[in-house]
Design a protein around this ligand. Structure first.
Ligand code: SAM
Length: 273
């Protein structure tokens, strides 16, 4: 397989490109079942799939629009490609706002290709919905957005072929992991400061209580003999929550931030059970 097969199909806040080598070297060489309960763009999953490191995989997220993309690629990648060809032909600022305003299509393929189209052409690849669940990211001013990358979509579909894709909360997903399995957890980060906005880029706010729940789930995984690895921002709260585990500071640069002045490197931690 060629190198491109490890590329994510969506731009996603918190994409793990930069930390990828460090994450990969901290996960076991052979994994019976790999779990990624906050899958987002799935950079780690696609890299592990490329290296054939797991026998089975379970991918999950709480975002239904995102999960639709993976389910549609699994079930009918050629139909997704066809619909994206159509979006590419029609693409303009006016068309973007039409697609954004339309109700979610009834078909899985229709919803997934709409999501991919909006992700590739919306501002900074952000995902944001209003209180009624309507996607409300403005048009992104790209010269030539890559609306359709057939090769990448087909490679992703292949990687997803025997993967269990689930919509749901991380805690339910983590309960399925057994001794010897591996779980990589990449939650919406705890803000580094009161002015940082990372958690707001997600439809569901992930506040301190959620990180506390996550820390409990993380400890349970370790007790069951599951290899658990988690990334987060390096803050006094995250240090406190994970103090009984192995915590390493790794620097990383965040790529999605609407305020360019906040795009600098921030401290991140990798926690191992
Ligand atoms: C930081 S992103 C993951 C980025 C991903 N690792 C990548 O490479 O693109 C966090 C993800 O967690 C999801 N999420 C938020 N709350 C959740 C919850 N309670 N359970 C499962 N997923 C959740 C969001 O929808 C988002 O996709």
């Amino acid at each position: 397989m060629e190198r491109r097969s490890c590329d994510p199909v969506l731009k996603w806040a918190g994409g793990k490109r930069q930390l990828l080598p460090k994450i990969l070297e901290r996960l076991p060489a052979r994994i019976p079942t790999y779990f990624e309960p906050f899958v987002g763009g799935g950079a780690v999953f696609f890299a592990l799939a490329h290296e054939k490191r797991f026998e089975k995989a379970v991918l999950a997220d709480q975002n239904p629009d995102l999960i639709d993309v993976y389910l549609a690629l699994k079930s009918d990648v050629e139909a997704v490609i066809d619909k994206l060809r159509f979006h590419r032909k029609k693409h303009s600022e006016e068309y973007y706002y039409q697609v954004r305003a339309m109700r979610r299509p009834a078909s899985l393929v229709g919803r997934a290709s709409r999501m991919i189209y909006l992700n590739k052409t919306g501002f900074n690849g952000l995902y944001r919905v209003n209180q009624s669940g309507e996607f409300n990211v403005p048009f992104g001013r790209y010269e030539k957005p890559r609306i359709l990358d057939e090769e990448r979509l087909r490679a992703a579909a292949l990687a997803l072929e025997h993967v269990d894709v689930q919509l749901g909360d991380f805690e339910t997903v983590c309960k399925q992991a057994k001794k010897g399995d591996a779980v990589y957890l990449d939650p919406p980060y705890l803000p580094v400061s009161a002015t940082a906005h990372f958690a707001q880029y997600h439809a569901v706010r992930f506040a301190l209580e959620e990180h506390e729940r996550l820390a409990r789930v993380f400890s349970e995984l370790g007790k069951r003999g599951v290899h658990a690895l988690l990334s987060n921002s390096d803050t006094p709260d995250t240090r406190r929550l994970f103090k009984s585990h192995h915590v390493e500071n790794v620097k990383a640069r965040r790529s999605i931030n609407s305020n360019t002045s906040r795009r600098g490197p921030i401290g991140e931690i990798l926690v191992s059970s």
